[in-house]
Structure formats: C-alpha cells, structure tokens
Design a protein around this ligand. Structure first.
Ligand SMILES: Cc1cc2nc3c(=O)[nH]c(=O)nc-3n(C[C@H](O)[C@H](O)[C@H](O)COP(=O)(O)O)c2cc1C
Ligand code: SF4
Length: 469
C-alpha cells in the first residue's frame, strides 16, 4: 500500500463532484449519495433554534469575504417580523475567485439543501439566488436543480411533508462587481441600479424589500448540510479554533496546476503551492495575492490560510483566491491592471473611490509607459490614503490597499521604471498580467482574449477540467 506524501485536500463541499464527475449535479446522483437527508432531518427533527445553535457552535465563518460568523449573523434576525428572506450571494466577482461557479455548476443540489437549512433556521419562506449573469452553465444547472427539487417536494408547499413552505427563485445579475456587495446586491435584486446602501441598518434587520434578510455566500450555504449531518465536533476536526473547517481556495497564477483546492483552514501557502504542483517552469515566488484582488500582497509562503493569521499579517483571506506570481511579473503592471479593475467597477456613488481610482490609473499608466516622475510613488501613496477610510463602501478601501501594498513592497521596481524611462520587463512578454503591447488593435482592453468556456459547454459528461487531477 502506498501512502500519499505531502499535503492533501480534505474534500467536504467538493467531494461529490470529485467522486462523481459525470453526473454530480443530477438529483438521481445526489439522492443516491445521501443528498437532502440533512435538510429533511433539520426540518422534521430539529427546531429552528436547534439548527441555529448548531451552526453557531460549529464556528462556521462566511466564505464570501468578510469571514463573519454565520450563526451570529443569523441570531440578529428579529424573530417576530415576517416575511423574512434568504439571499444567496452567487455573484463571485472578486478577481482570482472561481469556487462558487464550480459549486453552482457541479453541485447545485448541495446549495439548495443548504438554502433549505438556512431558511428553516431563520423561518424564511422565500429565497433568492443572485447569480452572476456570465455563469451560463451554472445558471442552467441550478435552474434544473430547483425544478427537480420542486418536483420531489423538497421545495414548495409543505416541504418534506412538514408544514413549512419554501420557494426559491434564481435571479441572474448583469455582472457588476459591486453587486456582490450585499446591500448593492439587494438594490439590484429589487430592480434598482446596484449601489451600496448606508449601513446600519444591516440586512439581517432591514434587507430585501425592507424585511429581515440573511445574505450568505454559496460556499457558506453549501457547507451547512455537512455540519447538520455530521455535527459540530466533526466539523471542528479541521481548521483552527477561530477558523474551523475547510475552505475552497481558488489557486491561480504561475502555478503548474491552477484549480480549486479544498484544504483545512490553517494550511500554509507553501502547502497550497505544493498541491498546485509548485511554480511553473521552476520559477520563484515573487508576490502572492492571498485573498482576491482586494487583499494586500504577501512575498512569502510561510503564512497560514485562515482568517486570523492573514489579518495578523496585515492582509486577509477574503474570498479565498490565491494568485502566485513569479519573478517575470512586472509589479507596476500588476498594480495598474488591479487598479483598472477597481476603477472600472467603481459604482461612482462616492468621490474618493470614483476619482481616486481613475487618478491612480493615470499615474500608474505613465510609470509603466516610461513617463513616470520621481514624485509619483509618493503621489500614489497619497491617493491611496485619500481613499482608505473615506469611501462609502469597502470597494474603495480595497482599491487603496492593493495599490498601497504594490507600491510599498516593490518601490524599487517602481523607481526603476522611472529611472530607466521604460518598463524593465517589456521585452520578456512573460508577465502574468501580460504586456499590453501583446494584444494588438486599437481600443483593446489590454487583457488577452480568454477561451470561450462554459457558455456553450456540454451539459452532460465529465468536466474536462478534471483531466489530469
Ligand atoms: C465590493 C464587494 C464585492 C463583494 N462580492 C462578493 C461576492 O461576489 N460574493 C460574496 O459571497 N460576497 C461578496 N462580498 C461580501 C458580501 O458583501 C457579504 O459579506 C457576503 O455575501 C456575506 O456572505 P457570507 O457571510 O456567507 O460570507 C463583497 C463585498 C464587497 C465589499
Ligand atoms: S466606494 Fe466605490 S463602489 Fe463603494 S460606494 Fe463609493 S464609488 Fe461606489
């Protein structure tokens, strides 16, 4: 018998689709695999408060970005106000993150089961899935899964033969990053332009249509059936005291095998890198984005992937998207491309974010194109300080953190651009974020064209991304 060496994944929310890649999204497969039993036993055998206490005791923290304890959030919902709503945040706009898309495409019934558990605990009779518009395959599979669940009496009137009703509606957004922010999401769902609302009141008290609303991320809800089925102690076997359980980490950049890896929270970046096959072409790690584009950079793989360790390191786990960059990466270009994302996605509601991100792009652009000035680094830090803590919502803060960390950690490289009057990486054409000149044609986005995957993909058969794993 051979014993696998090195770090291993612990597959909980990703188990079914790895074990049954041909049909993990079908009701037949899910039922044969014990699906919906946790939801059935929650609704039939547990009181809403028992479910809430179990989730609270599990220590489960939101997987959407902020890491807020799920059970604590649920306990803010006023008990005597009806109707209440559950809203699934399936927007997944954070650059580098591709885990919710995979869960929606490959195990939509697991998500529906999680929704039922959350709805029962919070006594909500109506749930909405807010799905990023571009996720065509996932939307089709979630739609089919909802219909199948209604057909079997898992959704609709008197679910599982109880007196509890639950309706689920799939809503497709138009693909704006800000619509992942919970209050902007609610505005968008109500049919308004997606812009953040002033908080408090928080959605748990006053959310969709002014009613108590629980907004949870897809991965958070997909974890619930396992906690209900196996219990708190089982769940706490993995992770740390403050960050229990496992987390899907979308791993990309200059690694051999970019993919989602489900690992216990507290796994080191070095272990994750090993799982991903190491750096491509024997490269060395230069910079790491540990939690999506909003997270300040790291330069070492010694850190642990959990909420508290990364906070201590001055960054964050965020949505769990790790991008490893090697030494061919131009950090000015990295800062520019990241900032351009925030500039483009700024909703325009407040001045520091709307103007600051636009201005920072102009300065970064001139440095990258060899026209930088020696005072530009201080100017960029000044712009970052002008946004941080002054923006209406966390998008502006995130833009300033990413900008600041690029300038502070790689100041020498920024200065080199100014001294040389050119980008020192220009001839390499290897940079992760890519030389803009590599994409021909006027008015191009500067981002190389991506293969058109997903939209027209075959609904049946194994997922081609499984190959080689
Ligand atoms: C600009 C911005 C974008 C966000 N995008 C997402 C997203 O795409 N998906 C998500 O689950 N949470 C996103 N969030 C976090 C949500 O506001 C919210 O905290 C989360 O959906 C709560 O779910 P959880 O407690 O299960 O993590 C975003 C936050 C901000 C500020
Ligand atoms: S910080 Fe940016 S995204 Fe947030 S409200 Fe202000 S302009 Fe809109």
């Amino acid at each position: 018998m051979s014993v696998a060496a090195g770090p291993q994944e612990v597959r909980i929310v990703t188990r079914r689709y790895h074990e049954f890649p041909e049909d993990s999204w079908t009701l037949e497969r899910v039922e044969a695999d014990g699906g919906y039993e946790a939801a059935r036993s929650a609704v039939r055998d547990m009181t809403p408060d028992e479910v809430l206490d179990t989730v609270k005791d599990s220590g489960l923290r939101g997987r959407g970005g902020a890491g807020f304890p799920t059970g604590v959030k649920w306990s803010f919902v006023p008990k005597d106000l009806f109707p209440k709503y559950i809203v699934v945040n399936h927007d997944e706009g954070e650059p580098g993150t591709f885990k919710d898309r995979e869960l929606g495409e490959r195990d939509p019934h697991q998500l529906i089961e999680g929704i039922i558990i959350a709805a029962w605990a919070n006594q909500a009779n109506r749930a909405f899935i807010y799905c990023r518009g571009e996720m065509a395959l996932g939307a089709r599979r979630m739609d089919t899964a909802i219909r199948d669940a209604y057909r079997k009496g898992y959704l609709g009137k008197g679910i599982f033969g109880s007196g509890f009703d639950l309706d689920v509606t799939l809503h497709r957004g138009a693909g704006a990053y800000i619509c992942g922010e919970e209050s902007a999401l609610l505005d968008s769902l109500e049919g308004f332009r997606g812009q953040p609302r002033l908080k408090p009141p928080f959605p748990a008290v006053k959310g969709l249509y002014g009613q108590p609303t629980i907004i949870n991320n897809t991965e958070t809800l997909s974890t619930l059936p396992h906690i209900i089925r196996h219990g708190v102690e089982w769940f706490r076997r993995w992770g740390t005291e403050k960050s229990p359980g496992t987390k899907m980490i979308s791993t990309s950049g200059h690694v051999v095998r970019p993919a989602n890896y489900e690992v216990p929270l507290g796994t080191t970046l070095a272990e994750l890198l090993e799982l991903a096959g190491g750096m491509r072409d024997g490269g060395r790690v230069k910079a790491i984005i540990p939690g999506g584009a909003s997270a300040p950079l790291l330069t070492s793989t010694e850190y642990r992937l959990d909420f508290e360790s990364l906070q201590e390191a001055g960054t964050m786990l965020g949505s769990g998207a790790v991008v490893f960059m090697d030494e061919s990466t131009c950090m000015v270009r990295n800062a520019l491309v990241t900032n351009e994302f925030f500039e483009h996605e700024s909703c325009g509601k407040c001045t520091p974010c709307r103007e600051g991100t636009w201005w920072a792009s102009k300065v970064l652009e001139r440095i990258e194109h060899g026209e930088g000035r020696k005072e530009d680094m201080e100017l960029l830090l000044d712009i970052a300080n002008g946004i941080d803590g002054r923006a209406f919502c966390p998008l502006g803060d995130a833009a300033s953190w990413a900008l600041r960390s690029n300038v502070e950690l790689f100041r020498d490289e920024f200065e080199q651009h100014v001294i040389d009057g050119r980008c020192p990486f220009e001839d390499e054409h290897l940079s992760f974020t890519g030389p803009r000149a590599a994409v021909p044609g006027p008015g191009d986005s500067g981002i190389a064209a991506q293969p058109h995957a997903g939209v027209d993909a075959d609904l049946e058969g194994p997922d081609p991304r499984e190959a080689g794993r």
